[in-house]
Design a protein around this ligand. Sequence first.
Ligand code: ATP
Ligand code: MG
Length: 565
Amino acid sequence: MNEESDTSRHFLRQWIEKDIAEGKTGGKVVTRFPPEPNGYIHIGHAKAVCVDFGMAELFGGECHLRLDDTNPAKESDEYAENIKNDIRWLGFEWSGEGDGAEKGFYNASNMFDKMYEIAENLIKAGQAYCCNLNQEEWKEYRGVPEKPGRPSPSRDTSVERNLEIFRDMKAGKYADGEWCLRAKIDMSSPNIHFRDPVLYRIRHVPHYHLADKWCIYPMYDFAHPIEDALEGVTHSMCTLEFEVHRPLYDWVVDRMDEQNLLVVRDGVKIRPQQREFARLNLTHTVMSKRLLLQMVQENVVDGWDDPRMPTVCGMRRRGYTPGAIREFCARVGVSKVESVSDPALLEWCVREELNKVAPRRMAVIDPVKVVIDNWNGEARNVVLPNNPLDESAGTREVPFGGEIWIDRADFMEEPDKKFFRMAIGKEVRLRGACIFKCESIVKDETGKVVEIHGVWDENSWGGNAADGRKVKGTIHWVDCATGKSAEFRLYDKLFLESDPMKDGSENFLKFINPDSLKVVKGYVEPLLAESSKLDRFQFERTGYFVCDGEGVFNRTCSLKDSYKP
Ligand code: ATP
Ligand code: MG
């Protein structure tokens, strides 16, 4: 986390500091980031990454990367690999022991044997039982928060019979949903998650790593505390919706303690604890992986890494920097109050960083040709700074000849008083080159200007008149003889509606912005032919762009915005 903006000693930080002071961590703060490999990570996950890795970093501890692959249906290695790639790109690295060759890396599925053993132990201790209520009955028995639920008819089945059913569940003797394993806790608890919650369910679905080894899978509420405890995690941070699950989390940790399964570090028994913070929400976007996948599958976007997507890989292709994303997460802050952030703040962070580091270049995205009638045919080089804010970035030479491209918006046939760019009879500075006076224009049959003619002041090479007369406007240009043609992809927000979910998640696509991508052709200065994918630039007076392949540039954001953080 950026020191500068991390002025808030937020509640999670205070909580961890207190535990360190009380000696609860066994000398080491251990956190984890537990994504499910069923999609690409998005800006919301990036916030969790910043919190989980950031807290470990702050206290010199470890953050594990744990793939929460307990739900076999939609998980894949492709997702897993991309999650790793995106976390590294954000600037974080997992550390700790790990459950295999890779340090700090865990798969929840590697703990399935242990989870099963713990479940059997619960049965043996009379703390769990098998239940065959169907889903409707299950809901009916569970009841509503205001009224106690009713015990399942199988609640008092003998330990032997329960073990037999559970083993048969594991052996595949039952169909999906026929039986489940439930914790025996309290059917009258006002917290509905505490009313004998399901621990294991039957799912005849192969797992992407373990194939058909299992046909029963642990529920999140059972698996997560076990994973945390077995890994020796001290502080388990998640989003607010899990707050009501916390008593169950603690119940599972207590049972593990009874079963002598807690990690002991430096003589301290590590009891993982869970705390919850508000999730990151953004206007004009959706963040559920299910809906992002739907947009990919229905070709609403060009893939998970489409630059309009709120995914980390999408933002990378948009030209956002990891530093700007981390800064954004720090500015949004960590709290328990739900809020919705403005993507303009994220853009502001991006612009702040790019302004400091992005090399300046010239590009013309809506070209019209300018012919300098008195040019003697000789090519010259203009020397321009790569970044006026950073002398160490050096300078570059940009070829200049008698014909150049300028942006159509920089010419006005009938200029108003405040227009200081190119107009007939007026002088304008061609960035770094010379002063040019427009004299005439050529139009096509539709009235569109297709060529601009004029003369240059031969005593103004470098951009200033020898006689000291002032020329107010400066415009950028690309030399026709040496410039390279390019494609520019101009992105706008993906949704027109600030809350695309306002009519329910079935209807979010009706708010898609039909103009969220505009592709235009133009020219760039010759040096840009050498740029590689993901190189970021400031195209002077035009915007920040990122190279997306040979001759293709994605607009990251405009140069300025009225937004103030
Ligand atoms: P989604 O709802 O988008 O499918 P998820 O919560 O199911 O996301 P996981 O892979 O389970 O996705 O999430 C991994 C971690 O990221 C969890 O700890 C979760 O709390 C956190 N997380 C997910 N979305 C956000 C968000 N919008 N803001 C902050 N943290 C988030
Ligand atoms: Mg989840």
